[in-house]
Design a protein around this ligand. Structure first.
Ligand code: GRF
Length: 201
């Protein structure tokens, strides 16, 4: 059995996609041991409670990054955690946090990295006028939206799109991509060569 921790700050649809995949057997032999939010009012944390999961709020407000990260890592260490999935967690992790869990922290970003890192990636892509965009699941390293790429899924930008419809179409791909990435990592059947994530046969 492998144990996942989810870190979120908001809606939590990627968390729900992972939880649904576990419940439906698309991700096997895994459990969510903790869902942690830095925002008390995150919808994702209410959903985690409704699902009977271990839902923790560790407010970031009024704390330095280091203080908050120490509190989050302490909570993680109280639980079994094999993999940490950032799912709309609107905080940069300190280098210290990242170093506690080498190659054990994943993030999902709503663009085809390295295009459009940072906030509002879908709006950035729409405004830039790209014809194809998508999402990326990657390892978290010390730089923003930067670590080795595990899975990318693309989608077309349609003539009829606006920022909202495009973001919704990317989100559908995100939900598929996160399950794919979690399965790849939990299989342990990969190596990282430089920046390249390579599946082993
Ligand atoms: C997603 O678009 C994700 O890629 C980004 O933040 C958003 C979170 O959405 N990092 P949700 O909370 O998972 O619904």
């Amino acid at each position: 059995m492998k144990y996942l921790a989810i870190l979120l700050s908001g809606r939590g649809s990627n968390f729900v996609a992972i939880a649904d995949s576990i419940d439906a057997g698309r991700i096997r032999d895994a459990r969510i041991s903790a869902v942690i939010s830095n925002k008390p009012d995150a919808a994702g944390i209410a959903t985690a409670r409704q699902r009977g999961l271990n839902a923790l709020v560790i407010p970031s407000k009024g704390k330095t990054r280091e203080q908050h990260d120490h509190a989050v890592v302490a909570a993680l260490k109280e639980n079994r955690v094999d993999l940490i999935c950032l799912a709309g967690y609107m905080r940069l992790l300190s280098p210290w946090f990242v170093q506690q869990y080498p190659h054990k922290i994943l993030n999902i970003h709503p663009s085809l990295l390295p295009a459009f890192p940072g906030l509002e990636a879908q709006e950035q892509a729409f405004a830039y006028g790209v014809k194809v965009t998508g999402c990326t699941v990657h390892f978290v390293d010390e730089e923003l939206d930067h670590g080795p790429i595990i899975v990318q899924r693309s989608c077309q930008v349609l003539e009829t799109d606006n920022e909202r419809t495009l973001a919704a179409r990317i989100l559908e791909q995100e939900h598929i991509a996160y399950t794919e990435a979690v399965n790849l990592i939990l299989s342990g059947n990969f190596e990282i060569v430089g920046r390249r994530f390579c599946k082993k046969n």
